[in-house]
Ligand binder design. Sequence first.
Ligand SMILES: NC(=O)c1ccc[n+]([C@@H]2O[C@H](COP(=O)([O-])OP(=O)(O)OC[C@H]3O[C@@H](n4cnc5c(N)ncnc54)[C@H](OP(=O)(O)O)[C@@H]3O)[C@@H](O)[C@H]2O)c1
Length: 312
Amino acid sequence: MDRVALGKTGLQVSPAGLGCGGHSRLGMRNGDASVAEGVIQRALDLGINFFDTARAYGTEEVLGKIVRQCRDEVVISTKTVFQDRDGHYMPAERLVASLEKSLKRMHLDYVDIFSFHGVTPEHLDHCLHAYVPVFQKEVRKGKIRHLGITESFRQDPTHEMLKAAVPTGVFDVVMVGFNFLNPGARDEVFPLCEKHGVATQIMHAVRRALSNQEVLLETVRQLVESGEVSTLDVNVDDPLDFLNAHASVESVTEAAYRFCRHEPGVSVVLNGTGSVAHLEQNVAAINSDRLPESLLSRLDQAFGSVRSVSGD
Ligand SMILES: NC(=O)c1ccc[n+]([C@@H]2O[C@H](COP(=O)([O-])OP(=O)(O)OC[C@H]3O[C@@H](n4cnc5c(N)ncnc54)[C@H](OP(=O)(O)O)[C@@H]3O)[C@@H](O)[C@H]2O)c1
């Protein structure tokens, strides 16, 4: 697989990344790590060197078990939440303890990217003032190579948090929601990231709406009801019929990953799966060509101005 520059970090990464969270959590929802081990090993065999996990996903241990054998060849991104169960901010020391636990669980001396997880606009100031200075010390100690931040695409589908966070220059890598049902990051986030040399990890390329026809139908029904999508542009009974009918497209999911891969400003497209077969399809999609112009314009005509959904 190709390698692309991860912003200004100096790291070279595969354009496909393995997401170890999302709804699939590498197939570990029932706690069985054997499927996850197979998915991670296959990802390495296919040339993936970028892995995103989080303490909250419960996949750090299995990821560490496989990748520590090739530590110098992989880029590991993990994260910490910053609120307790009651919604109170946790003290910075607890977040540092979370980093230590992540390192211990993965048996690693450092992580390449450490992010604040699912930050919404109202929490950004607290992250910047209460946590960032503390974590910059962890960077200096060598426990973290680069600081990152991830948005909550469902709660913040117009990327208000990232629009404020990227210009601070504090974060080298951000995680942003992007898919053809809500391509708003194209105008709102990617140009800012390019200006500031910030790398992007894409989440929600597929999520539920582009892997489950019922969720798609419900999402499009809501968009038609809110007036964001016109029935002149989509068939509400089969909204992506034109994609499925196109000779160059294998499936909606395939088109969704290809769509993200070729977008200027995208560094790594995460795919989250608990299936080796799906992983293989997704890597083939991300390695494949840009979608034909005719399909890109059709998608743009139908969904180009949508800003309210995440695809979840
Ligand atoms: N705020 C945050 O920090 C945050 C939030 C969300 C996600 N993330 C990160 O982003 C990663 C990606 O998450 P995502 O949920 O956005 O992932 P995604 O890759 O957009 O979608 C994953 C969903 O699509 C399905 N799928 C994947 N490949 C498929 C295929 N070839 N055919 C049919 N269905 C397929 C998966 O089910 P199967 O298991 O059946 O394949 C899963 O339900 C996560 O793993 C996590 O690392 C971070």
